[in-house]
Design a protein around this ligand. Structure first.
Ligand SMILES: [Zn+2]
Length: 261
């Protein structure tokens, strides 16, 4: 299994990162992608991934609700370009209409998002998309800008919108909160297994509200997908890992695979 989206570099994991990584290997989790969301956060994340080569990978991004200012956007792009060889994607980036309610700031989010989509295209990197309460708008922009390598993480939009993403060949990563979210269960039901990935989004989106989530819990996502789709756990494991290595191609050179198994 591969955890395609987490915030594993965060401070909260400092004391248990080593022991978690040992448990993760035992569980058959091959790799974790951690995503930073602000330039300073990204500098810290770069240090953490350096400590675990071939195990913890990085995507550089900007929180669409909090990292909005022009200078932060430019800094983020500069970090992406400077560390292009080291990162496996851009993200999380996108739109957040849950925290941002005013139209002016939402417009700013959309302009920033367009910029990131075009950097991703130019650098030929996949993107991890945050689209809280903005699934439709995120999908509209991704489609009109011609984004091709896309992971919609913890997608909370309508299933009809999700299917438009499937038509575009986009992936949907499923967090452990699928255990308690009817909306996520519906999403899993409707999106084909070939478009699904596992994510923890740790430390948030755990199977139980209020608990600190860890990458270990992607096993719960994997089990739930199997149950909902009536597919064997081992098959879900195999297909989602293959999917992850298809989109995050930069990871392949580090992870020995036999066709994604
Ligand atoms: Zn996240």
């Amino acid at each position: 299994m591969i955890d395609v989206h987490s915030h594993f570099h965060l401070h909260i994991f400092n004391h248990e990162r080593g022991s978690l990584l040992r448990k993760i290997s035992v569980k058959g989790i091959k790799a974790i992608i951690t995503s930073c969301t602000e330039p300073l956060d990204c500098l810290r994340a770069l240090k953490v991934v350096d400590m675990y080569p071939g195990k913890v990978f990085l995507t550089i991004g900007a929180d669409p609700a909090l990292t909005l200012e022009d200078d932060k956007v430019l800094e983020t792009i500069d970090l992406i370009r400077r560390h292009r060889k080291k990162i496996v994607g851009i993200g999380e980036v996108g739109l957040d209409y849950y925290y941002i309610r005013d139209e002016e700031t939402r417009g700013k989010q959309r302009r920033n998002f367009k910029v990131y989509i075009n950097v991703a295209k130019k650098e030929n990197l996949p993107m991890i998309i945050h689209s809280r309460s903005a699934g439709k708008y995120a999908l509209d922009l991704l489609t009109s800008e011609g984004a091709r390598k896309v992971v919609l993480h913890a997608f909370d939009g309508k299933v009809g919108t999700a299917l438009r993403g499937v038509e575009n060949g986009y992936f949907f990563s499923i967090p452990p909160s699928v255990a308690r979210s009817r909306q996520k269960q519906k999403l899993v039901k409707i999106v084909p297994l070939d478009n699904l990935l596992l994510e923890s989004d740790s430390p948030v989106l755990g199977p139980r509200i209020g608990e600190i989530n860890t990458p270990l819990n992607i096993e719960i996502s994997c089990k739930m997908i199997g149950e909902i789709k009536g597919v064997d756990f081992e098959v879900v494991k195999e297909v989602t890992t293959k999917n992850a290595l298809n989109i995050f191609k930069e990871m392949r050179k580090y992870l020995k695979t036999d066709g994604g198994k």
